[in-house]
Design a protein around this ligand. Structure first.
Ligand SMILES: *Cc1c(COP(=O)(O)O)cnc(C)c1O
Length: 410
C-alpha cells in the first residue's frame, strides 16, 4: 500500500460488527473465561487483554498503524511524546551510561536529560552533523545516539544515514525523534535509525485534541548482553528484545499508558496525515519563499529554501516536502512581540502540527529555562518567531503576515 492508502487501511483489523473505525474500548480491565486463561495472559503465553495500563485494543489498533507507517516491527503508544522518550531511554540506560545527543533539541527533551542526570545518566551534546565532534564525544560509556530529524526550533536537518553509520560502528543504536517530519517526509528506520519516537500530539493527531506519543522499533539492532545488561534476559526474543523488555517492565510500571479515547482520536486524525502534510508543507514553502523574496530585512529559516544551510541534506533524504515549520528573525524582541500580536489568523501558543497556523516567541516561552548556550545551540534568538503553518488559504495568510510586517515597519 502507498502512503495515503496505508493511512486508511494498514494494520487495523476489520471489526466484527463492521464499524469503519476501531471502537473505543473505554474499560480499565478485561475479563477472561477462566482463571487459567487469565494466568496465560499474565505469563505472555496467550494473546489477550487484562488491564488497560498494559494494553487495550483501541490502543493496539493505533500502535499497529504507526508500526506500518514507520516500517518497524512493533510500537508502544504512551500518554505523551515525553512519556515515549522516557520509556525509550530508561529501557536502554542505567546509572553510569552516557548519551550523545544533538544539541538542537525540543526544550522538553533537554529538560528530561537534565532529570536523568540525577540517576547517573550523562548527556554529551554535540553539534548536529558535526561528524568529528560526534566521534570525539563517543566513549566506552556511550549507550545511544539521539537526534531529531528536523530540530525544533533550529530547523537543522539530521543526516540520518551518516549518523546511524557512526552509531553502528560503535555498536550503539541511533534513536530519532521524528515528530516534526512524520513518516510522510521520511521513514527514518529505512535510513538506518534503530528506534523512532513521534509525539503524536502534533501532526499525527493533527487537530490538537489529544496528547500522546509512540515509539517504534526497527528490530534490527543487536543488543550486546554485556553492554546492555538490562536487555540480557530479552535477547532470546531476537528482534523483539527491546519491545519485550519495555512491555514486560518499564512501560507497565511507569504507567504512562495512552487513554483509549485518545488512541481513537489519533486514528481519526491520522487518516488525513498525508493530505494535511501536503497542504501544510506547501503553504509553509510558499509563505517562507514569499517572505524571503518580499522582505529582504527579515531572516527566514526554512529547510525548503536554498538559503538554509541544511537544504542539501533535506533534499537528499526528505520526500514530499520540507516540513511545515519556519522561523523568522524580525530584529528585536519588541518587534517579535508586536508582530505576533498583529497577526489575526494564527493562534499564539506553544504547539506545532495543528490544522491551524500557530506562532510563538520561543525565547520567552519554550526556551525560557534554557541557558544562553542551550538557546544558541537550539537556534533560539531574542528576535526569533516560530511559525507552524496550517491548512488555511495561503492568500489569507500572506495578507495577515503582510499586515504584521507593516506594523513593525512603522
Ligand atoms: C512536542 C514534542 C515532544 C513532546 O511531546 P508531548 O506529546 O508534548 O509530550 C517531543 N519532541 C518534539 C520534537 C516535540 O515537538
Amino acid at each position: 500500500m502507498r502512503f495515503n492508502t496505508s493511512l486508511l487501511h494498514a494494520g487495523v483489523q476489520r471489526e466484527i460488527n463492521g464499524s469503519t473505525l476501531p471502537p473505543v474500548y473505554q474499560t480499565s480491565a478485561f475479563e477472561q473465561d477462566t482463571a487459567a486463561d487469565l494466568e496465560k495472559i499474565f505469563e505472555n503465553k496467550a494473546p489477550g487483554y487484562c488491564y488497560t495500563r498494559v494494553a487495550n485494543p483501541t490502543v493496539t489498533a493505533f500502535e499497529n498503524r504507526i508500526t506500518k507507517l514507520e516500517g518497524g516491527i512493533a510500537s508502544v503508544a504512551c500518554a505523551s511524546g515525553m512519556a515515549a522518550l522516557t520509556n525509550v531511554f530508561l529501557n536502554i540506560l542505567r546509572s553510569g551510561d552516557e548519551i550523545v545527543s544533538s544539541a538542537s533539541l525540543y526544550g522538553g527533551t533537554i529538560d528530561l536529560f537534565e532529570d536523568l542526570s540525577a540517576f547517573g545518566i550523562t548527556t554529551r551534546y554535540v553539534e548536529n552533523n558535526n561528524w568529528k565532534e560526534i566521534e570525539a564525544a563517543i566513549n566506552e560509556h556511550t549507550r545511544l545516539i539521539f537526534a531529531e530529524t528536523i530540530g525544533n526550533p533550529c530547523l537543522d536537518v539530521t543526516d540520518i544515514k551518516k549518523l546511524s553509520q557512526i552509531a553502528h560502528s560503535h555498536g550503539i543504536p541511533l534513536i530519532v525523534d521524528n515528530t516534526t517530519s512524520t513518516p510522510y517526509l521520511i521513514r527514518v528506520l529505512e535510513h538506518g535509525a534503530d528506534i523512532v519516537v513521534n509525539s503524536s500530539s502534533k501532526y499525527i493527531n493533527g487537530s490538537s485534541n489529544a496528547i500522546s506519543g509512540v515509539l517504534t522499533d526497527s528490530g534490527k539492532f543487536k543488543w550486546d548482553k554485556e553492554k546492555y545488561p538490562g536487555l540480557a534476559d530479552y535477547v532470546k526474543f531476537g528482534p523483539m528484545a527491546f519491545v519485550a523488555k519495555i512491555r514486560n517492565g518499564l512501560f507497565r510500571n511507569i504507567g504512562a499508558c495512552l487513554a483509549p479515547v485518545n488512541a481513537y482520536l489519533n486514528l481519526i486524525g491520522i487518516e488525513t496525515l498525508g493530505l494535511r502534510m501536503e497542504r501544510e508543507c506547501g503553504n509553509a514553502y510558499e509563505l517562507a519563499q514569499w517572505i524571503e523574496d518580499t522582505y529582504p530585512d527579515i531572516k527566514v529559516n526554512y529547510p525548503g529554501l536554498k538559503s538554509s544551510p541544511w537544504h542539501d541534506i533535506a533534499d537528499g533524504e526528505l520526500t514530499n516536502g520540507y516540513g511545515a515549520i519556519f522561523t523568522l528573525r524580525v530584529g528585536s524582541k519588541e518587534n517579535a512581540f508586536k508582530f505576533i500580536d498583529s497577526l489575526t489568523i494564527p493562534y499564539t501558543l506553544s504547539n506545532i502540527g495543528d490544522t491551524k497556523t500557530l506562532v510563538i516567541h520561543p525565547g520567552s516561552t519554550i526556551s525560557l529555562h534554557s541557558t544562553e548556550k542551550q538557546k544558541e545551540d537550539a537556534g533560539v534568538f531574542e528576535d526569533l518567531i516560530r511559525v507552524s503553518v496550517g491548512i488555511e488559504d495561503i492568500e489569507d495568510l500572506k495578507e495577515d503576515f503582510a499586515n504584521a510586517f507593516n506594523v513593525i515597519k512603522e
